[in-house]
Structure formats: C-alpha cells, structure tokens
Design a protein around this ligand. Structure first.
Ligand SMILES: [Zn+2]
Ligand SMILES: [Zn+2]
Length: 231
C-alpha cells in the first residue's frame, strides 16, 4: 500500500477499527516531521529548508492527505503561530530568502504587499536604510566573491545597506545558497593590537560578541575569548 492509499484508508477508518500500531513503530507528528527538515539557527538568522523544493526556490512539505503539498515557509509560520495562512493572502519573506523557515522572518501579506515587495526589489535593489536590504542573486555572488577576496564584512555590509549578521548569513551560505559564489568561513585574520583594543572597547560599550565577530571576520567564540581575556 502506497502512502496515499494508506492515508486514505487511515482517514476513512475510525480509530477504534484500526489495528494497533506495531510496537516500536514511531509515528512522528506534523511538528516533528516539519522541524527536522529545517536547519534552525539564531533568532535573527535565516533557517534554510533542507527538504524538497518547488518553484521560486520555496521549500515544499507534504502536510497531510487532505492538504497535500504546501509551501514549507507558510507551514513554518502556521506551526509557530497556530494561525493558518488566510485564503487570498501570501506568506511573505522579510529576508527575501525563499527557503528560509524562520518564523520571525515571515508574515502573511496581501497580494498587493507581495507585489509591492517585488516592485521595490526591482527599483531599489540595494534597499539602503532598510532593516534587511533586498539583494539580487548577482549582488549576493558579488558580496561573496569580494568578501573571500579580502574585503571586510563591515565595509561590504555598509556598502550594500545590510546588517553584519545578515552578511554573515550570506557568506556562510545560510541564505541564498542556490545563488552561487564561494561560501564558508574566512581564514581567521591576524588582528593587530590596536584592533583588539578597539574590539574590547566596543564590547565594553555594549556590542555583542556576535556583532563583533561579523565586523572583524572572526567566529563569535573567538570574539568572546578575545574580549573576555581583557575583562
Ligand atoms: Zn530568513
Ligand atoms: Zn518567498
């Protein structure tokens, strides 16, 4: 019996008439099945979908026999909020990263909002001043290439109008993976005494280790170590 027929049978047979489940056979809930296919990260990072993809780079998730395949990001928002996407509305990405399933990056919008996003993307691709600029795939490749050729995260983030954390999402391949270009973690640069002192001062002034890591092109744990030693 294939999965479709099994689901048909299961739904058309009252629970007390179904044979008991095989001992040891675990049936995962929708929640469990869904989130095991999401690469969760920090609350402000993108959480890429690891399962199958449909059109426009969106993830696809087999929800149930009645609902069938649906966009993974819409299910992420539904499971996180308990509110199903209202008919006629879209589940939109604030981060402009189609596979992202971080509920904090998603919202239900009208077709007009969705269209306005696309117009904004074409007219003002760098979206300077926005929380997260909307980037084209070509710009993503440009950022990665220049970053790994030696330019600093801080300079690139400023030029493209994005936050350093967003830039590290891009260079580490957490978002826009399919756009291409080099991804990974840059070789740890040698920090001068002056840079270390500057870093400690910024940490003391309230910058988080994560922010400093993005600015100086090092890992958050290394940034934490360097600034802790001074304290
Ligand atoms: Zn995202
Ligand atoms: Zn989308």
């Amino acid at each position: 019996m294939c999965r479709n027929h099994y689901q048909q049978w299961r739904l058309s047979t009252p629970k007390d008439q179904r044979p008991p489940a095989r001992p040891g056979a675990s049936r995962l809930s929708i929640d469990e099945r869904f989130w095991q296919r999401v690469q969760k990260g920090g609350s402000d990072e993108c959480w890429p979908w690891l399962g199958a993809h449909g059109g426009y780079g969106h993830g696809m998730f087999w929800f149930s026999a009645e609902r069938k395949r649906e966009s993974a990001h819409a299910i992420a928002l539904e499971l996180a909020t308990g509110i199903r996407r209202p008919a006629g509305m879209y589940c939109c990405h604030r981060c402009d990263n189609p596979p992202c399933c971080n509920p904090a990056h998603l919202y239900y919008g009208t077709p007009r909002q969705n269209g306005a996003d696309m117009v904004g993307r074409a007219r003002n691709p760098r979206g300077v001043g926005k929380h997260n600029a909307l980037l084209s795939e070509a710009q993503v490749v440009e950022i990665r290439t220049r970053y790994f050729a030696g330019e600093t995260a801080a300079a690139l983030a400023a030029e493209f109008g994005i936050r350093p954390g967003h830039l590290s999402n891009i260079t580490r391949g957490r978002m826009w993976k399919y756009a291409g270009g080099p991804v990974g973690i840059k070789r740890v640069p040698k920090l001068s005494q002056a840079q270390r002192a500057e870093m400690r001062a910024r940490r003391a002034a309230g910058a988080s280790a994560k922010e400093l890591a993005a600015v100086y092109g090092i890992s958050p744990s290394y940034a934490r170590n360097l600034t802790r030693r001074a304290a």
